[in-house]
Write a protein that binds this ligand. Structure first.
Ligand SMILES: Cc1cc2nc3c(=O)[nH]c(=O)nc-3n(C[C@H](O)[C@H](O)[C@H](O)COP(=O)(O)OP(=O)(O)OC[C@H]3O[C@@H](n4cnc5c(N)ncnc54)[C@H](O)[C@@H]3O)c2cc1C
Length: 516
């Protein structure tokens, strides 16, 4: 057994970075009565970027403007100030020409920023007697010590004991095509995108399964790196995400407040309905100078290519205030979700979730124009009606089956398949040892809306006996069932701040000092 520590952090990606940076900031002005010890378990050598912001092609763009990406919930301009303090050589290496707050910058650049946030937080921690040690391995299981006093973490490097554990372990790998996972020519994720560009021959026939943000990264990675054969990108509905308007600054919106949403619920006996939440959002839209243009909001059209053209036109010519409103909901989104009764959540899940996912996630004009260019040059076809993808015994490749708009069955033979159907949050289906261990012991239970059940106020696990496990909390995409939109850094950094504040209050200290 390794020595006893105060806090174990599982994962060293952006959520963990944001949590720890804010925790250290909260503890930075105190003299600690004894050293406080933290272990960070992260198999990667590099702390900070996690998956989405890892070293990769600069064509992987952030889907949130630079002015809103920050590790610090209370300092949204932190990343942008860092960008503006960097050398022009570094920015040029990442293809950055525009550093205004509305710019969509490369994700690997954001990864460099996160690495620097780590370096700074380590220095600050050392000053106030907080010891942080990186254990470069994954945690395979967590159990509770007798009396439930401490958490025990099992790793290939031995067992560790911590008073408290915070899980920031990110997404689960996609389980959409389990039978294809170990086959040649199949990529279960588009990341790192550079692997697609390096390993797929330029003249190979390739299908990208999915038409969401990850599919866009995969297509652009292949095409910008010389892929010559036309690509097929296919999903059930063929919907690309909405294109972010370039006119978003024209109609700034005030974010709704918790007080507003709580009093709306109070007026209805303490909860919201989908209808009341929708009316509230609609009022905000009108108050901000927008209008409810259903065709624009829903992105209707006959063919994915027409829809993209309409999106580009709308996002070039109109302010599309509904996009600003949707983004502003991030400030309180978990409370709207919490205030919906179970029956309303179920309706949302069955009728609206897939539409929300497709329309809420927007992508930058720069990438939309690239996609349009490939389509116009017959280098890309986006199709709806995906039925399945089967390995083809004769050719060693894959047969993609889809139903075209007329209901006719079409098949396509390809040599390579890129699964861009997004990651999983379904802990019941995963073979990730850590999540299986938590579920098998009953320390965690699956949440029907994604990830595991958590106590809303503390972020701690709720076990199979419906009790709060007060020394294990979780943040990031596996918290989606409780906080709903946990795939956005601004939401995660805000939740991480709240978590850091709760934990900071438990840290013994002698006095407060002036921070330098
Ligand atoms: C492709 C993609 C692009 C995105 N782009 C944006 C964007 O532009 N803007 C935005 O706001 N959001 C974006 N998101 C949403 C994204 O989920 C969050 O912003 C954020 O990156 C999630 O960070 P995380 O630390 O929770 O997870 P991750 O970044 O996945 O980090 C989890 C870390 O935990 C480690 N880990 C996992 N299991 C274990 C274990 N058992 N033991 C030890 N370590 C473990 C992993 O190695 C990993 O480093 C994107 C998501 C994806 C998938």
């Amino acid at each position: 057994m390794q020595p006893h520590v105060d806090l174990a952090l599982v994962g060293g990606g952006s959520t963990a970075t944001s949590f720890l940076a804010q925790l250290i900031e909260l503890l930075d002005n105190r003299v600690h009565s004894q050293p406080w010890r933290i272990l960070v378990f992260e198999p990667s050598k590099r702390l900070g970027p996690g998956g989405p912001y890892a070293e990769d092609l600069s064509t992987n763009l952030l889907n949130i403007p630079a002015g809103k990406m920050s590790a610090y919930a209370n300092d949204r301009g932190h990343f942008l100030r860092w960008v503006n303090s960097q050398s022009s050589t570094l920015l040029e290496q990442h293809g950055v020409v525009n550093t205004d707050p509305a710019a969509f910058l490369p994700r690997p650049l954001f990864g460099l920023y996160l690495t620097e946030v780590w370096t700074t937080l380590l220095q600050r921690a050392a000053r106030v007697r907080i010891e942080i040690k990186h254990i470069p391995t994954d945690v395979r299981g967590i159990s509770l010590a007798p009396e439930n006093s401490d958490t025990l973490l099992d790793t290939p490097m031995g067992q560790y004991r911590a008073r408290r554990t915070v899980l920031c372990n990110g997404n689960l790998p996609s389980t959409t095509f389990p039978e294809l996972t170990s086959r040649p020519g199949y990529f279960n994720t588009p990341y790192p995108a550079i692997d697609l560009a390096r390993n797929i021959p330029h003249n190979a026939k390739v299908a990208v399964l999915g038409t969401s943000l990850s599919a866009i990264d995969a297509i652009i990675a292949l095409k910008e790196n010389g892929h010559q054969t036309p690509l097929l990108a296919v999903s059930r509905n063929g919907r690309l995400p909405s294109v972010r308007t370039i006119n978003s600054g024209l109609f700034p919106v005030n974010a709704p407040t918790l007080q507003e949403i709580t009093s709306l619920a109070d007026n209805q006996g303490g909860s919201l309905t989908l209808q009341s939440a929708f009316s509230f959002i609609q009022q905000r839209l009108v108050a901000a100078g927008g209008e409810l243009d259903w065709e624009d909001v829903l992105g209707q059209g006959d063919h994915p290519h027409d829809i993209l053209n309409k999106e580009i036109t709308a996002s070039t010519s109109k302010p599309r205030v509904w996009q600003n409103i949707a983004i502003s909901l991030n400030e309180i989104i978990e409370h709207i979700w919490r205030l919906l009764p179970e029956s309303e959540k179920q309706i949302f899940n069955s009728k609206w979730r897939s539409l929300w996912m497709a329309r809420r996630a927007t992508f930058p004009m720069k990438n939309a124009l690239k996609i349009k260019h490939y389509i116009d040059a017959n280098q890309l076809r986006i199709a709806a009606g995906f039925v399945d993808c089967q390995p083809c015994k004769d050719t060693g490749g894959y047969t993609i089956t889809l139903n075209d708009a007329q209901g006719e069955v079409q098949t396509h033979q390809v040599q390579y398949v890129v699964n861009a159907t997004s990651f999983s949050t379904n802990v019941s289906q995963t073979d990730v040892p850590l999540m299986r261990s938590l579920i098998l012991q009953g320390l965690a239970v699956p949440d029907p809306y994604g990830g595991v059940r958590l106590d809303f106020d503390s972020g701690c696990l709720i076990n199979a006996e419906d009790k709060i496990v007060s020394n294990i909390s979780l943040m990031g995409s596996l918290a989606a069932g409780t906080y709903f939109w946990t795939t956005s850094l601004d939401v995660n950094s805000r939740l991480a701040y709240q978590q850091a504040k709760r934990i900071a209050e438990t840290v013994p200290h002698l006095a407060c000092v002036e921070s330098t």
